[in-house]
Design a protein around this ligand. Structure first.
Ligand SMILES: *[C@@H]1O[C@H](CO)[C@@H](O)[C@H](O)[C@H]1NC(C)=O
Length: 359
């Protein structure tokens, strides 16, 4: 019997690669090619967010990809249409030995007035439909709204941003499940901008501290909040501003892959009926330093979070072939380039062998 085809799904927010072309881009591509080489997938889907300009990476023409003799690239290049531009790019590569692959494409976006209270800022989703070994499936690239202010994010649980993302993801789910054509199993991977429940997390990080709130000059508006140790010379443990999140014991976010903080990652839970996800055994994928000498350092702009994810419908989850025991099932869910600067987001990938009919 033919071996099951390996599938590699990658999501990568590459916004910072276009700001710092050069060192980062070379390292990024190297990590990607190494992963392809290591797992030898028959089918590769790369979902990019924040693709800038026309000058994006020339993966298709590279020597490393020469065994993939079919590729499709979809880039939203309507840069001028600022109120609709999503900056999404999806690339698909098919290995020369993979037979019976068909593709139908259609792209979708959020309605223009979807976030009446927010600036548009390059968000949306893009769907492509595939048939591999007689099995239809949808692949959806998605980019949801971010947390504009850390201060606002920690005023309510769930935050207003989290509620917005929930509404947006609900819209995507409806499109997937209630379309005129019959719903197919789907993989939904992108930058969901999921954040930790900031209010609950801050309560956890700031036990046994005194809190100080500083307002903007001549205003009731909060400018910064600091939490200081009660003794120990009142050392500042946590300092939050709209675009600053400075935690004294930052190492906690990478220790044991941030497992102690996963309980604050709650945004997928609202969709537990309709999506599945493999267990997360990697540290938060954002916001890493863009300094290529500090590949494992988080920036103190945002609370580290698992923004970048690979989700799937329960029916798609059944396609993940599991061999061996649980520890080594052959299914891999991880970040790309954990020890290399990949920009502010580490890409996240899922590799698995695809169970199709006849297996
Ligand atoms: C890709 O390679 C395979 C195997 O050599 C070949 O059968 C197929 O026709 C090729 N497809 C394209 C589009 O070149």
């Amino acid at each position: 019997m033919e071996p099951l085809p390996g599938v590699l799904l990658v999501t990568a927010n590459v916004g910072s690669l276009f700001d710092n072309v050069g060192e980062i881009q070379t390292g990024w591509l190297h990590e990607f090619y190494m992963t392809v080489h290591r797992h030898k997938p028959k089918f590769i889907a790369l979902h990019f967010q924040e693709v800038g300009g026309k000058d994006y990476m020339s993966i298709e023409s590279s020597q490393e990809m020469k065994e993939y003799n079919r590729s499709c690239v979809y880039v939203d290049n309507q840069f001028k249409a600022e109120d609709r531009f999503t900056a999404l790019g999806s690339m698909y590569f098919i290995h020369s030995t993979l037979k019976d692959v068909y593709q139908y494409d259609f792209t979708e976006k959020f309605p223009k007035n979807f976030w009446p209270d927010f600036k548009w800022s390059r968000k949306g989703f893009m769907r492509t439909r595939w048939n591999i070994h007689n099995q239809g499936l949808d692949l959806v690239n998605v980019h949801l709204f971010h947390d504009a202010s850390n201060l606002i994010a920690c005023t309510a649980s769930p935050s207003v941003y989290s509620q917005n993302r929930r509404k947006a993801l609900g819209y995507v789910m409806d499109r997937m499940l209630v379309t005129l054509d019959s719903p197919l199993p789907f993989f939904l991977f992108g930058d969901f901008n999921f954040r930790l429940d900031t209010l609950c997390l801050v309560e956890h990080l700031s036990t046994a501290t005194d809190v100080h709130t500083v307002n903007k000059e001549d205003s009731n508006e909060v400018e910064k909040i600091t939490w200081e140790e009660k003794d120990n010379d009142h050392k500042v443990v946590l300092h939050i501003e709209a675009k600053q999140f400075d935690y004294l014991h930052q190492a906690i976010f990478r220790e044991d892959n941030g497992q102690a903080l996963l309980k604050y990652d709650k945004e997928v839970a609202a969709f537990h009926d309709v999506v599945r996800e493999e267990e997360i055994l990697f540290p938060p994928s954002y916001p890493y330093s863009e300094d290529y000498t500090e590949p494992t350092q988080y920036m103190s702009t945002r609370c580290p979070a698992w923004c970048d994810r690979v989700l799937m419908s329960p029916s798609a989850h059944m396609f993940l072939h599991r061999s061996g025991n649980n520890e080594d099932s052959g299914v891999i869910y991880d970040t790309l380039g954990s020890n290399v600067c990949m920009g502010d987001h580490k890409p996240v990938f899922l590799f698995f062998a695809l169970k199709t009919s006849g297996h």
